[in-house]
Design a protein around this ligand. Structure first.
Ligand SMILES: O=C(CO)[C@H](O)[C@H](O)COP(=O)(O)O
Length: 262
């Protein structure tokens, strides 16, 4: 691997490269968003060039769509694809029950729709994203711009009523203005510290008027591929309840990859 890569990037690349091997000819594949997913898109582009792999992909963001086009990956809409064989995406946190926090990159809505419309979802992440309990990473909630302050207040009241300890809700900003998602919505980041019941919280949040979707992914992820800085990867399969370690020889990503390493 490239000498300039940080340990976290090496781990992300290892996980993404291993996950790319799960894509087969003719598949319809959901492509996630973020720096780990960007390594995946590069790895899949490489497989197309080296092996003649052919598949169609649904991107979860404009950012991923642009990168996939540059790699020559055939893109289709979710409407055109109908249903997907596999989605591969990053995560901000994952726990032992395969629950996730996603949306650090602001693409949680499309990411959840695409993952839920897939036979299988594989999460790729550096091992540092594993947590005993979700919640140290602020939970993103996508809200409609109309009356978003009222939605924020309703979320705060709901958290208070549910006795959630940390309940600071902050609008996400970009350049001093509200961050706008690909769907034209805003993001509120919930600083909770610790999420005791992710399934319950996900359901409660989605009942609040103005909330479009939240970044808790429960019962969606089927496999986690966790990467280590030395290139090792660990595959955890939800159905098999088993963990497998791979020591694969990683090809050097080279300078081509330096632009996508955050
Ligand atoms: O949910 C996401 C984007 O909305 C990303 O998957 C998540 O933020 C992880 O990003 P990265 O791979 O850059 O660490």
């Amino acid at each position: 691997m490239s000498e300039q890569m940080s340990p976290a990037d090496r781990a992300k690349y290892a996980a993404a490269h291993r996950a790319a091997a799960f894509v087969e000819d003719g598949m319809r594949v959901g492509l996630g968003t973020g720096s780990t997913a960007a390594w995946l898109v590069r790895s899949l582009g490489q497989r197309q060039r080296d092996e003649g792999l052919r598949f169609r992909a649904v991107p979860t963001s404009q950012r991923t769509a642009e990168q996939a086009r540059e790699e020559g990956i055939a893109l289709v809409t979710l409407e055109e694809a109908g249903w997907l064989d596999l989605t591969i995406d990053g995560a901000d946190e994952f726990d032992a029950e395969f629950n996730l926090i996603k949306g650090g990159g602001g693409a949680l809505l499309r990411e959840k729709i695409v993952a839920a419309a897939s036979e299988r979802m594989i999460v790729i992440a550096d091992i540092g994203k594993e947590v005993g309990r979700l919640g140290a990473f602020p939970l993103p909630v996508e809200v409609i711009p109309f009356g978003w302050q009222a939605t924020q207040r309703l979320i705060e009241e709901t958290l208070e009523a549910a006795d959630v300890l940390g309940r600071e809700v902050r609008p996400r900003l970009a350049g001093g203005q509200p961050f706008v998602t690909d769907e034209g919505n805003y993001i509120l980041d919930l600083h909770l510290g610790r999420i005791g019941q992710p399934r319950r919280l996900a359901m409660v949040l989605n009942q609040i008027p103005g909330v479009v979707e939240n970044g808790l992914f429960v019962d969606i992820c089927d496999m986690v591929i966790a990467g280590y800085a030395d290139g090792r990867v660990e595959l955890r399969d939800r159905d098999r309840g088993a963990s497998q370690q791979d020591n694969i020889e990683l090809p050097r990503p080279g300078n081509l990859f330096s632009d996508i390493a955050e």
